[in-house]
Design a protein around this ligand. Structure first.
Ligand code: ADP
Length: 691
């Protein structure tokens, strides 16, 4: 019995001139209920045949049919079983047809009484869209078929259905036979299709025949259908609105979950691309003045080529320019015929320009560009591509939706930026706090150490009157030495703090580097007049261009580097100072020694405050551990670089720093011979320094 012919088709073969009508599901429900109520209100024991597409539809009406069965012994209910519906003879007959039967596509109700006959034979319209099939839009399901009060047509339909019932339940043969005898006249039973048709043609005016229900009833049905249609339209626009809101919500929720700009953009393209079902969705960061952008985030539908990683033209892209000028979305329904693209070609008289190449290589047929703005600032661009075969006509609501999402992305990106800045700031503050604590601890320690020596020496001197003059002298010298170390430490510490705080007033002037080197060398020699020094070779010539720096601070850096070189090189070793031109704008000063060298992993650390290889407690060479930190601050002050090189322990060290060449005035040979002298004495607001 499976795949049986449609009842409607069978009936329409008998009624070839019959016009089918379209009915919404809600209208059919109303008509069916009206027909059933007619049975419940009457007393003429009619034949009732109801066929439901699924058991679940029947279950909603089961109670009603139990009441209908009290009115007649000839009630037949058909349905495709889902759970417990089966062939059964209870208060009425149930007929479970196979799920493959064409009856699953149909809706039938037949009532034949003495005074009243009506039939509803409809088939569900196939090819309904996904939207229409969803349960939210259940009421928009549509059926086509016949609803009539015509007794003869109703009897014919009953005849077809009774045959079907007997096919499924042969044991009901005698009951069905009885129904035929009672409700179907012998002409109908004996008639073949041709006879029936000719009789109907003979006796009827087709218009009257088709409109046979009472005109008032017919009008009611028309109103019912019209209001149903309006309802469906309203539902449809509500569904679109709901879909849009759901999409915006889901994109917003997803992008708000992250503070990572890359994640935000990827989630946004993915959700938007999926939600709108476009071929390709792109998002890239860009500013108005950018020449190009790299496509980093992309969503592509199946079968669409990826353009991730490609460089996207912006500067010579008229579409990008238009969006930037408009500060609004731009849509192109058909890129092949759009004048903005084709006109451009004509104007340029070129066979193909970059934009045309782009359209072809990315197979873009319909295009939407939406700027991502935040307070008028362009932060990026969202692009939707539709790659055919037919162009997509962008609707205003699509543009509004993408615009709304672009706004959300803009806000999310700003939040992510603010968060990143805050994190940076936090890290800086934490580092500053760590430095401050370290500094307090180290400074405390550095100051306490010489202070303890001084205290011990002075205590001994005051409590031991019998101390030998030699020992007394040793004690006094030790106390004085550590007092001097403390003074230096305080001085260096103040200098460093002032440099680090940026409160130093730089007195930049054109200087002769050779003179500065000589001055610092004589300072070093004076400081070490009592100790033997290694050999010092000065290779700095007077052929150098003038430099631009603060002379006093420059001499300080040179002196510190020379001081260290002498300190960490034995008498037998050698210290060399030389200058080269490291770039057109800079001279590079190198202080090299053959001394104890620096381990490669310490080459950076030596510039940290208080770094001393021996550690704070074992100082053999004296010093404060602040010299290189101060030098770095000074060199950075004029925008130079400072770094150390060494092949390791006992392989000597080289300290390099760069200093800018003076360019405002190219000095003549004469002028070079008479350079302005560096300012060698402390200026106002400058801490007193000594080494
Ligand atoms: P200090 O007052 O201790 O010299 P610096 O900041 O000038 O302080 O130097 C820090 C540390 O860097 C020194 O204690 C030493 O360990 C290392 N250092 C600096 N210059 C040299 C050099 N020319 N040779 C070897 N080590 C050096």
């Amino acid at each position: 019995m499976s795949r049986s012919k449609s009842v409607l088709t069978q009936l329409l073969q008998l009624l070839p001139h019959w016009r089918q009508q379209m009915y919404f599901k809600a209208s059919l429900t109303a008509l069916s209920h009206a027909m059933e109520d007619q049975v419940l209100a009457g007393s003429d024991q009619p034949l009732v045949i109801a066929s439901f597409q699924r058991e679940r539809f029947y279950r909603q009406e089961a109670q009603r049919y139990r009441r209908i069965a009290q009115k007649s012994s000839q009630v037949y209910v058909l349905a495709a079983p889902e759970t417990d519906f089966k062939n059964c003879s209870d208060v009425y007959e149930t007929i479970a047809f196979e799920p493959t039967d064409s009856l699953t596509q149909e809706w039938h109700l037949i009532v034949i009484g003495l005074n009243y006959a009506s039939c509803l034979i409809c088939q569900e319209r196939t090819g309904t869209t996904k939207e229409e099939n969803s349960s939210a839009m259940d009421n928009s399901r549509r059926f086509e078929g016949i609803w009539t009060f015509d007794r003869q047509v109703t009897q014919q339909a009953a005849h077809i259905l009774l045959q079907r019932i007997q096919g499924y339940r042969p044991e009901l043969k005698s009951k069905i036979q009885q129904a035929r005898q009672t409700y179907l006249p012998s002409e109908v039973l004996a008639q073949n299709v041709d006879q029936f048709q000719s009789e109907v043609s003979d006796n009827r005016n087709w218009d009257t025949f088709n409109n046979n229900p009472d005109p008032f009833v017919q009008r009611l049905v028309t109103y019912l259908q019209a209001s149903q249609y309006k309802l469906i339209k309203a539902n449809h626009s509500l569904a679109i609105k709901e879909h849009k809101e759901r999409l915006i919500n889901s994109v917003t929720t997803a992008i708000r979950r992250s503070l990572n700009p890359d994640e935000i953009l990827q989630v946004a393209v993915q959700k938007l691309g999926e939600g709108l079902g476009v071929s390709r969705c792109l998002v890239y960061r860009c500013q108005e003045t950018d020449a190009t952008a790299i496509i980093q985030h992309e969503f592509i539908n199946a079968g669409i080529s990826s353009i991730q990683g490609q460089t996207w033209p912006l500067k010579n892209n008229p579409l990008f320019k238009e969006v930037v000028a408009l500060r609004d979305a731009l849509t192109i329904d058909n890129a092949i015929s759009d004048p903005r693209i084709t006109k451009l070609l004509e104007q340029q008289n070129q066979s193909e320009d970059a934009l045309q190449t782009l359209v072809k290589s990315c197979s873009i047929l319909s295009w939407m560009l939406v700027p991502i703005l935040y307070q008028g600032r362009l932060m990026g661009m969202l692009e939707l591509h539709h790659c055919g075969p037919d162009p997509m006509l962008w609707k205003e609501e699509d543009v509004a939706l993408v615009n709304a999402i672009a706004t959300q992305i803009g806000v999310a990106l700003i939040q992510a930026e603010a968060y990143a800045n805050l994190q940076d700031l936090n890290e800086q503050l934490e580092a500053l706090d760590r430095t401050r604590s370290n500094l307090v601890a180290i400074t405390g320690h550095e100051l306490r150490t010489p202070l303890s020596t001084i205290q011990v020496c002075l205590e001994c001197l005051s409590t031991e009157p019998d101390m030998s003059p030699e020992l007394r002298q040793v004690m006094l010298s030790a106390a004085l030495q550590d007092a001097e170390r403390m003074r230096k430490l305080v001085q260096d510490f103040l200098t460093l703090s002032q440099l680090e705080s940026g409160r130093v007033q730089w007195n930049v002037e054109p200087l002769n580097l050779q003179e500065c080197v000589e001055l610092s060398l004589s300072n070093v020699r004076a400081r070490h007049k009592d100790n033997p020094l290694p050999q010092i070779e000065n290779l700095v010539t007077d052929e150098l261009p003038l430099i631009q720096a603060d002379g006093e601070w420059l001499v300080e850096v040179l002196a510190k580097l020379l001081d260290n070189a002498c300190k960490f090189t034995s008498q037998e070793g050698k210290v060399t100072i030389q200058v080269s031109r490291s770039s057109p704008e800079h001279l590079e000063v190198t202080v090299a020694d053959t001394g104890r060298g620096i381990e490669p992993k310490r080459l950076e650390t030596v510039f940290d405050r208080f770094y001393q290889e021996e550690g704070a407690l074992r100082r053999s060479a004296g010093g404060t551990g602040l010299g290189l930190a101060i030098s770095r601050q000074i060199v950075h002050g004029w925008g130079g670089q400072i770094w150390a090189e060494s092949l390791g322990k006992d392989h000597g060290s080289q300290f390099h720093f760069t200093v800018p060449i003076y360019f405002d005035q190219i000095p003549s040979q004469k002028e070079r011979q008479k350079p302005s002298s560096p300012s060698l004495y402390p200026k106002k607001n400058r801490p007193k320094r000594s080494n």
